[in-house]
Design a protein around this ligand. Structure first.
Ligand code: ADP
Length: 190
């Protein structure tokens, strides 16, 4: 039914945002006022797919990790699922590939860009106690190679940006984008 791609720097808060969004979507679907089709929310992440953070240490191990993620996305996309892909998704070409698969089976798409400064990501990565920290040189490398999503290209659009200072994800706008294809116009200040 929909593919929601989360993208952002390593240790920028993607998993936290993905979990927030999943909770919002599930409560919408469980609400008595919801009369649409029965849908389930599937969260795919490096953790659910057992992809170790060390896979990002070099391109030889990163390629199969991306392959695993891509296969899981292909398998999970369906008319009755909302798939959230919580991973770095930092390569434009990879986001484009996922977009193509989604369009092929005619599900709606959107991208959530989780924004935090490189310094904060480094700090949060160092402070991690969940065993999911990136090696410092891997983190630096990924920060450098990160290909920012853009609302100007169809495969990243509609694009929702969540900053580290935001309390919550724009769940209502995302819900409208995936259920009705409606996107709030950019704030023009008028
Ligand atoms: P990612 O999925 O991008 O690797 P996580 O959501 O796992 O990031 O968060 C990485 C670390 O950063 C966690 O320890 C988390 O507590 C911390 N963190 C994430 N977002 C924030 C925030 N907005 N403020 C403070 N700490 C945060």
């Amino acid at each position: 039914m929909a593919l929601i791609t989360i993208s952002g720097y390593p240790s920028s808060g993607k998993s936290q945002r993905a979990a927030q969004l999943k909770r919002h979507l599930e409560s919408r679907l469980a609400d008595p006022s919801y009369t649409g089709p029965t849908l389930s929310v599937v969260l795919l992440s490096d953790d659910t797919l057992n992809i170790d953070r060390s896979s990002y240490n070099d391109s030889r191990s990163e390629k199969p990790a991306r392959g695993t993620l891509f296969t899981a996305v292909q398998r999970s996309l369906a008319q009755n699922t909302i798939v959230i892909v919580d991973s770095l998704n930092y390569i434009k070409g990879f986001r484009y590939q996922m977009y193509c698969v989604a369009r092929e089976i005619k599900v709606r798409v959107c991208t959530v860009y989780v924004l935090a400064t490189p310094d904060l990501c480094k700090q949060w990565n160092t402070e991690r106690t969940d065993g999911k920290a990136y090696a410092p040189e891997t983190l630096a490398n990924l920060l450098q190679r990160y290909e920012e999503p853009s609302s100007m290209v169809r495969w990243d659009s509609p694009l929702f940006t969540v900053s580290w200072t935001d309390e919550d994800v724009p769940a209502d706008d995302i819900w409208r984008a995936i259920t009705e294809g409606v996107v709030k116009p950019p704030n023009t200040g008028t």
